[in-house]
Design a binder for this molecule. Structure first.
Ligand code: CTP
Length: 416
């Protein structure tokens, strides 16, 4: 099957020209180049995907260097894996030497040796990700599909390529569910059997890799679908016994999406995912996932704040009271609680903090106070605090109002 016409229609002109240049340069050196993986899958599905992955039968690093020079791209190379990343203004392009992988033990990172395209395809996760299209001039556009990926696409199936696939790399368990839910496919019955058999192999996967796969799920349009499916398959409980993918999660994720920009969502989803955790459970989870200091803090703060919510469940609270209760918490933890709480009053107070109170600043600063005759020392801090509190509560609104308050505070001190 030849896909030359589809490639022309699918790729933006700039990418198409680049791909053609690469193919010509490769041919001059008698190297073969292929488009592989997600982009071939998405071209068949008609979904845009311009993160191109190229496999080179030959030396990808050398070729990448030449291409980068000729097309003024930024080049990043990984000599150990024979991979290179070319960065352009609007897209990136990955180039890799065709390789064979062997796993010293389940879950370990593979040992890589240069090889043929066929070896490179058989090391991959699913048949729909194991297709290639030749970019070599003499058979440009030819589909290479040794594992019937196109047929699986047509039958809407996620299928592994050999029975040890999940054993070799149990992150594929999470990936299978991610693709299944993203594409509305099914996991092929034998693959599903092996997936369930190999769930215990998730214990061989490092925290960083598990977390990365969860982050990828959280970048999906509707991550709650994958989370629910992982729960039903018994995968979530292998990561942490208390993780749930129920209707509560689905509703809260949906609310999160209406409030936050896509790049802010993954961390917020994490905070919502652990909302029912105890202090012990969260510590185990953070250790298992080796989470960064920032994400750990956001998740811990979410749970600490949750225990303090009753203090915010009172009508007619002063804004300053709300502010002092919340100022030490990560804004993301405040946001997670605003989404999670069932109390409209608490929700309103948390939102007031997020949208307004945390940005309130006094117009006057320490220097201004000195000029107004406040002695250098603890008094400056006390007056700034009083000004800030008055501003939060709407008792002063302007710079002139703040000056007036400073004078009256000074008078009170003098008369004391
Ligand atoms: N791959 C694999 N096993 C993994 C991770 C990746 O076999 N554990 C292979 C797949 O062939 C995949 C390719 O590496 O197509 C690139 O991986 P990635 O960039 O994660 O996925 P994409 O296919 O580009 O798909 P998407 O980004 O849409 O998830």
């Amino acid at each position: 099957m030849n896909l030359a016409t589809q490639i022309e229609q699918y790729l933006p002109r700039q990418l198409l020209e680049l791909v053609k240049d690469i193919s010509e340069q490769a041919a001059e050196q008698e190297q073969r180049v292929y488009l592989v993986g997600g982009v071939v899958r998405d071209m068949f599905l008609g979904y845009p995907n311009f993160d191109l992955d190229l496999v080179v039968e030959g030396d990808a690093l050398k070729l990448a260097q030449q291409v980068a020079e000729a097309s003024h791209a930024k080049l990043l190379t990984h000599h150990r894996f024979g991979t290179a990343k070319l960065r352009y203004r609007d897209f990136t392009l990955d180039m890799a030497t065709a390789r064979k992988e062997t796993y010293a033990k389940p879950g370990a990172l593979p040992t890589v040796t240069p090889s043929t395209l066929n070896d490179d395809l058989i090391r991959r996760d699913f048949s729909i990700n194991a297709m290639a299209v030749s970019l070599t001039p003499n058979d440009y556009g030819e589909l290479i599909d040794p594992h019937q990926g196109k047929s699986d696409l047509e039958h809407r199936l996620i299928r592994i390529l050999h029975p040890r696939s999940f054993c070799d790399d149990a992150t594929r368990i999470l990936r299978a569910v991610r693709y299944e839910q993203r594409l509305g496919f099914g996991i092929e019955p034998r693959t599903a059997q092996l997936l369930k058999r190999d769930i215990p192999m998730l214990d061989t996967i490092s925290g960083d890799r598990i977390r990365h796969e969860l982050e990828l799920i959280f970048k999906e349009k509707l991550p709650e679908l994958a989370i629910k499916r992982l729960d039903n398959l018994g995968v979530l409980s292998k990561i942490s016994l208390s993780l749930k993918g129920d209707g509560w999660i689905a509703e809260k994720f949906d609310r999160a999406r209406r409030l936050k920009k896509p790049h802010q969502l993954p961390m917020l989803y994490f905070c919502l995912l652990i909302y029912s955790f105890s202090e012990n459970e969260i510590e185990q989870f953070l250790t298992r996932l080796n989470t960064s200091a920032t994400l750990s803090r956001a998740m811990r703060d979410t749970l600490h704040l949750k225990t303090s919510l009753p203090l915010l469940d009172k009508p007619a609270m002063k804004p300053s009271e709300i502010y002092y209760l919340l100022r030490e918490y990560e804004p993301l933890a405040v946001q997670a609680n605003a989404i999670a709480t069932e109390s409209p009053i608490v929700h309103q107070h948390l939102q007031l903090f997020l949208t307004k109170l945390r940005y309130v600043r006094t117009s006057l600063n320490g220097g201004d106070l000195k000029r107004l005759g406040i002695p250098v020392g603890p008094e400056i801090g006390q007056v700034l605090h009083a000004l800030h509190k008055a501003k939060l509560d709407g008792e002063v609104k302007t710079r002139a109002g703040e000056k007036k308050l400073v004078r009256s505070l000074k008078n009170t001190w003098h008369t004391c």
